[in-house]
Design a protein around this ligand. Structure first.
Ligand SMILES: [Fe+2]
Length: 332
């Protein structure tokens, strides 16, 4: 299969309080508001090459309303759409609207809205934001610990292996690693990628009956030191750390997790390996091998398994963790 997708371009999320979420991303996290259109707020990181990487619009609950991926070429976009249709999913060609060209929109087999496009607006900074370095879309943010780029999105599905296989087989994602429970064949987590990063798409097990949920959205800083500064800035401004800072075994990124005002989980990453192997065969991890926590020396916070929108009537443990997994995670 020729390369179909190049990378994750932007995410659209919903929040019950758009202004609270937008001001959090801009004032506390270090992104910048670039546009407001029809009640939606468009934000970018200083290093994002396209005009925006996050769109916040109003909705009753925190939710991922769409993930948009850039194809590898105009021909790859057409081929990706053809493959989606051949897999039995009917999408539609649409005008991608604000700042973007034609796009192919569809809902993946586990309920996740996805947009594929080729045409997209490259960001051009205003003179007062122009970097002294030609390759930077704008000058480095003066906000301490500000994210440089959008990094990845991790979704939730009742069938982790089925989800991973569909995105691998239909759209050409490389399946990079998977986690299943010790002594069982229950698959609870997988990571996939369109490029050399360890992942730009993740999937966790979902025990709810709600389709299309998201576990977290993630951004990137260049260094571990910046990640620690970001944690410091967030905490000083009223945002506690949900989990981390720490290091993942899978991907080997430094990480921290926190919640934005809607309750949606946001991750910040730095580091990690690059993997260019075209026929990479994913290894299978178990919780005890340290996929979540490289050092294998701390309990995973159970709230990390909650996905969004929240599943009525389920505790965090019931939401995303197989009952057999609780003890393993608590002890790993
Ligand atoms: Fe993540």
């Amino acid at each position: 299969m020729e390369k179909l997708l190049s990378h994750l371009a932007y995410l659209e999320i919903e929040s019950p309080d758009v202004e609270a979420s937008a001001s959090f991303y801009a004032d506390n996290f270090g992104m910048r508001i670039v546009d407001r259109v029809d009640g939606a707020v468009y934000l970018r990181c200083w290093g994002d090459y396209y005009r925006y990487s996050l769109v916040v619009s109003h909705g009753p609950q925190p939710r991922l309303s769409r993930m948009t991926w850039r194809a590898a070429s105009p021909e790859a976009l057409a081929e990706a759409a053809r493959r989606v249709e051949a897999a039995g999913v009917t999408g539609e060609w649409a005008d991608a609207g604000h700042a973007h060209g034609r796009a192919y929109d569809f809902v993946g087999p586990y309920g996740h809205p996805m947009r594929l496009l080729w045409e997209i607006e490259r960001f051009g900074a205003e003179p007062e934001q122009t970097s002294i370095f030609p390759d930077r879309p704008e000058r480095r943010s003066s906000h301490a610990g500000a994210p440089r780029f959008l990094d990845h999105v991790t979704l939730a599905s009742p069938d982790v292996d089925g989800f991973a296989a569909w995105y691998r087989d239909v759209l050409g994602f490389r399946l990079m690693a998977r986690t299943q429970l010790d002594d069982t064949d229950v698959s609870v987590f997988s990571v996939l990628t369109t490029n050399e990063k360890s992942h730009d798409l993740g999937v966790v097990l979902d025990h709810s009956t709600m389709p299309g949920r998201v576990n977290h959205i993630a951004f990137w800083v260049d260094t571990h030191e910046e990640l620690l500064i970001s944690a410091d800035v967030l905490m000083e401004n009223g945002t506690p750390m949900e989990y981390g800072p720490g290091v993942h075994g899978i991907g080997e990124q430094h990480f921290l997790y926190f919640r934005e005002p809607s309750g949606l989980r946001v991750e910040l990453n730095s580091g990690g390996y690059r993997n260019y192997v075209p026929d990479w065969a994913p290894n299978t991890w178990t919780p005890g091998k340290g996929g979540m926590n490289f050092y294998r020396n701390g309990a995973t916070v159970m709230s990390i398994y909650e996905s969004f929108p929240p599943a009525d009537g389920l505790t965090a443990t019931e939401d995303g963790v197989h009952p057999d997994m609780v003890e393993a995670l608590t002890n790993s």
